[in-house]
Design a protein around this ligand. Structure first.
Ligand SMILES: *Cc1c(COP(=O)(O)O)cnc(C)c1O
Length: 289
């Protein structure tokens, strides 16, 4: 039987109910994380839960947990559901209260919910690449927070699906920001370009791993905004996230990127990523040093 985490309890799926007036439900007033499980082990758990605590802090949500406390909770869920390869989703809302935009006073207890999913690495698309489409970034100005408010992201992804693409790469005006649920990169003349970490993008953990791998391989990693035209004319394009890893984009808006094949720098990063999964401690993330 599949268990779901509700606050500190592991309950059966059909008993996993939340209050109708939970602020996550009425306002999207909450935050979340998605952590990968490889070989029965949480991947880059510490930076993920550090980011969750940061997101909580940025929206003024009081969460009385430590990184290790959260890891323990989620670990229990993974064991209970016997997840070998897959992922775990965890969200925290500001709690249940009569509907009023302002924070509840006195404050109410945050609600935590978590569930798991079992699946393999996306080998086929990692090998062949995916299609992407560009779309205007209509999201708010705090995209650095992994917030439950995902309507902009949802509409972007749906637009991609409509045009037979697997990801939408967003841009504000001419400047490329990120994918609907991934970070985006253009590779040109041997260097990797990606939007700098600020309020306009989510600071991806996979992005941090890619940066480390690039540095190890002496591939320049330039955190500079670039234009949609630059993206279209890139030699290689990738998008990255916890679930899609280092994903090549071989076709953008119906046109081939480069020669339409997965390029050598992408392959190098993918090799490095597989190595990192097999031996996580090989490249300590900045947050873990
Ligand atoms: C989660 C997310 C990412 C990728 O972050 P990872 O930590 O690599 O999974 C990128 N962009 C958005 C908008 C996201 O929500």
């Amino acid at each position: 039987m599949t268990k779901v985490l509700i606050n500190e309890q592991l309950v059966e799926e059909h008993d996993a109910n939340v209050p109708y007036n939970d602020r996550g439900y009425t306002f999207g007033d909450g935050i979340y994380e998605y952590v990968r499980v490889y070989n029965n082990k949480l991947f880059t758990a510490k930076p993920h839960f550090e980011r969750l605590l940061r997101s909580a802090k940025e929206i003024g949500l009081e969460l009385n947990y430590t990184v290790n406390g959260l890891i323990d909770l989620v670990q229990e869920l993974i064991v209970a559901n016997k997840i070998i390869n897959g992922g775990v989703y965890i969200q925290v809302t500001r709690g249940a209260a009569p509907r009023d935009h302002a924070f509840p006073t006195p404050s109410v207890k945050a609600n935590i919910m978590g569930f798991t999913k079992s699946y393999d690495r996306p080998y086929k698309s990692l090998d062949e690449g995916i299609n992407a489409i560009t779309t205007e970034d209509i999201r708010w100005l705090r995209c650095d927070i992994k917030s439950l408010n995902l309507l902009g992201n949802v509409l972007a992804k749906e637009y991609a699906v409509k045009y037979n693409a697997q990801e939408a790469i967003q841009h504000r005006g001419e400047q490329v920001t990120e994918g609907s649920s991934s970070n985006a990169y253009a590779i040109k003349d041997g260097a990797i370009y990606t939007h700098p970490i600020n309020n306009l993008i989510l600071n991806g953990i996979t992005r941090q791993v890619i940066k480390e791998i690039a540095e190890q391989n002496n591939i320049p990693f330039k955190e500079e905004a670039f234009t949609v035209d630059f993206l279209k004319n890139a030699d290689e394009v990738i998008v990255s996230s916890t679930s899609i890893e280092v994903m090549p984009v071989v076709n953008l808006n119906g046109e081939a990127i480069g020669n339409g094949k997965v390029g050598p720098i992408t392959r190098k990063l993918q090799e490095g990523f597989t190595h990192y999964i097999e031996n996580e401690s090989a490249v300590p993330l900045e947050a873990e040093r």
